[in-house]
Design a protein around this ligand. Structure first.
Ligand SMILES: O=C(O)COP(=O)(O)O
Ligand SMILES: [Mg+2]
Length: 223
């Protein structure tokens, strides 16, 4: 039986340039089991990716802050507190680091993301004062509420779909995938994964990015 998938996006379904690997558009629509996109990106990004792949919108966004499965949407996390951290960070000289339109945070409903080139120490200092966490995905720093995790979102998705999280095969690349790896039955870190993801995964792959992900999908399909 083909297992359901919990797939991170950045670093996992992308090329080293950060673009979606076009092979995604062949393999995921043809997958014979549910596919869950579990990402730190704001809610519209994985929804759009599902839409343009032509697959059901089954999504964990904002590191678990937003869950969508079977037309049911739920939110966790304290966006106002994350905003207070961002405001204080800016007041002390920090910057979120995005363009004027800030499309990274514009539709973000439960947390705030900060560009990797910004002052990490200051951000962590401010977040600590508000008892908020900073997660480094390798693509952004995310200021989020403790306890909001992709893995918690996967428990909810599995429940809605009538599946067990242990049925899932998970692939990811960074510390925001550790909680997914903790609840999935099988977990794989791509070769470009950070230390925390590597330590948490059942298997660290030889190949990186979508090459690594495809190697897993080829191995677990139809078994
Ligand atoms: O948006 C990010 O920072 C990372 O996104 P990802 O969880 O899909 O890798
Ligand atoms: Mg990632």
């Amino acid at each position: 039986m083909t297992p359901p998938l919990a797939l991170d996006i950045d670093g996992t379904l992308t090329t080293p340039r950060g673009t979606i690997d076009p092979r995604v558009f062949d393999v995921l629509p043809a997958w014979d089991a549910p596919v869950v996109l579990a990402t730190g990106k704001a809610f519209p990004y994985p929804v759009a990716l599902c839409h343009f792949m032509g697959i059901p919108q089954t999504v964990i966004a904002e590191n678990g802050g937003v869950v969508l499965a079977d037309e049911r949407v739920s939110f966790t996390g304290d966006r106002e507190r994350a905003q207070a951290v961002a405001d204080d960070f800016r007041a002390r000289g920090g910057s979120l680091g995005w363009g004027a339109a800030d499309t990274v945070n514009r539709w973000r409903e439960t947390e705030i993301a900060v560009d990797m080139a910004q002052d990490e120490d200051l951000l962590r200092t401010v977040a600590d004062e508000y008892e908020m966490e900073v997660v480094d995905t390798g693509y952004a720093y995310h200021v989020k509420s403790p306890g909001v995790e992709k893995g918690v979102g996967l428990v909810e998705v599995a429940d809605i779909l009538g599946l067990d999280t242990a049925d899932f095969v998970a692939v990811g690349d960074s510390e925001n995938d550790v909680s997914t790896f903790g609840v999935a039955g099988e977990s794989y870190a791509v070769a470009n994964a950070d230390e925390k993801a590597r330590a948490a995964a059942d298997t660290v792959l030889d190949e990186g990015y979508m090459d690594g992900t495809l190697s897993v999908l080829e191995a677990v399909a139809d078994r």
